[in-house]
Design a protein around this ligand. Structure first.
Ligand code: OGA
Ligand code: MN
Length: 291
């Protein structure tokens, strides 16, 4: 099948022509991967995934699944498989989470600009979010084009950032919001160091690899590092680099965490149900069997 794309933002995000990803063949998947290299975010409509089908697709498409998710550190999820992230405001009893629920507090951090699983090594590569229940109000997810943001830096700044490594920790982004971890939990949340600039051999492009989890720069005094990280976050999230996705039921959005940041936007989550399921792959070589 030859996919054609409608571009949804001037510099990134593609909406492919209709395809049922559940029955995609090896050639289709190779084409979708090329689409990911080019667009960074792909918006598929009308994908009727069950949980098992979504897990199977994610592995087939991109290899090894990330299961050490942020909420898994707090408690086991209601699906019995941590590789399927529960991106919802619903508890194990099927009711909306209470205002002060600990899982709700933690997931509020999704409203900070971030990449998935930058706080582990290997980090997250592709995330895939399937829309199962959509509220009747706006509850968009925003994406920032981090390759576009890198390209727009001046040459002096590029030379500085090209050399830097950043420590990412999920405890840091949560603590910024005043969320507290127990000492045992924090041990599991030590974080990971990654280059600030990612290079993509497939396209020759580079991106800024940033997130609210970014807490320090290796070898830099902390205040100076925090200022630069804050300036870069501000730069990268200017409206011209941002696409806002308005969800429809059945949407399946795949993004490259190395080339984008994203964040949830607020809605009345104590009134309306919103349920999405996420699968995220790790940034390691794809097994030959994945095709
Ligand atoms: C995610 C995420 C944002 C949202 O699933 O990783 O950050 O809008 N979601 O739910
Ligand atoms: Mn996320």
């Amino acid at each position: 099948m030859t996919l054609t794309y409608k571009q949804l933002h001037p510099s990134f995000v593609g909406e492919p022509s209709p395809i049922d990803l559940r029955s995609a063949n090896a050639g289709d998947l190779a084409e979708v991967r090329r689409g990911m290299d080019h667009y960074g975010v792909l918006v598929f409509r009308g994908q009727a995934f069950s949980d098992d089908e979504q897990l199977a697709f994610a592995e087939r498409f991109d290899g090894t699944l990330h299961a050490k998710t942020s909420t898994a550190v707090l408690e086991k999820n209601r699906f019995g498989n941590e590789a399927l992230s529960d991106i919802s405001n619903v508890g194990k009893d099927g009711q909306l989470l209470a205002a002060d629920d600990r899982r709700r507090m933690s997931s509020l951090a999704n409203r900070l600009w971030h990449t998935d699983a930058s706080f582990v090594d290997p980090a997250g590569r592709y995330s895939m979010l399937s829309a199962r229940v959509i509220p009747p109000v706006h509850a968009n997810t925003e994406f920032a084009d981090m390759r576009g943001a890198y390209d727009a830096l001046d040459d002096e700044m590029k030379a500085v950032v090209d050399e830097l490594s950043v420590h990412h920790s999920i405890a840091y982004s949560r603590e910024v919001l005043g969320f507290e971890f127990a000492p045992g939990e924090k041990e599991m949340l030590k974080g990971a160091v990654h280059p600030l600039v990612r290079r993509f051999p497939e396209t020759g492009r580079r991106s800024l690899y940033l997130a609210s989890h970014a807490q320090s720069i290796v070898g830099w005094p902390v205040p100076e590092a925090r200022l630069l990280l804050r300036d870069l976050m501000e730069h990268a999230t200017q409206p011209r680099f941002v696409y806002s996705h308005q969800w429809r039921l059945g949407d399946f959005v795949i993004w490259d965490n190395r080339a984008t940041m994203h964040r949830a936007t607020p809605f009345d989550d104590k009134k309306y149900r919103r349920e999405l399921r996420r699968t995220t792959t790790l940034d390691i070589a794809r097994p030959a069997a994945a095709h």
